[in-house]
Design a protein around this ligand. Structure first.
Ligand SMILES: [Ca+2]
Length: 110
């Protein structure tokens, strides 16, 4: 499923544009700008499944690094420090990856 079936293309463009500067990524503001906050738990789960590119059931570190590309192909890669910060923000059970429930919590707390 393309991300634009779940989120408005204009919101994705706006959210990606807000964090173009390296090191500027803020997942809370991003989730708000991209419209995720307003989505139902079912829709948030569908977004999670798109970001879980290899369908492993988790968003691993390499998928986090390219998480913005999951929203649109022109999204930039996160820097290593942005990737680590994002993982640390969501990885409650410290298994080094983000599960669906952890992702839903990140969105809810944004
Ligand atoms: Ca995965």
């Amino acid at each position: 499923m393309p991300m634009t079936e779940l989120l408005a293309a204009a919101d994705i463009t706006k959210a990606l544009g807000a964090f173009q500067a390296p090191g500027s990524f803020d997942h809370k503001k991003f989730f708000q700008l991209v419209g995720l906050k307003k989505k139902t738990p079912e829709e948030v789960k569908k977004v999670f499944k798109i970001l879980d590119a290899d369908q492993s059931g988790y968003i691993e570190e390499d998928e986090l690094k390219s998480v913005l590309k999951g929203f649109a192909p022109e999204g930039r890669d996160l820097s290593d420090s942005e990737t680590k910060a994002l993982l640390a923000a969501g990885d409650e059970d410290h298994d080094g990856k983000i599960g669906a429930e952890e992702f839903a919590k990140m969105v809810a707390q944004a």
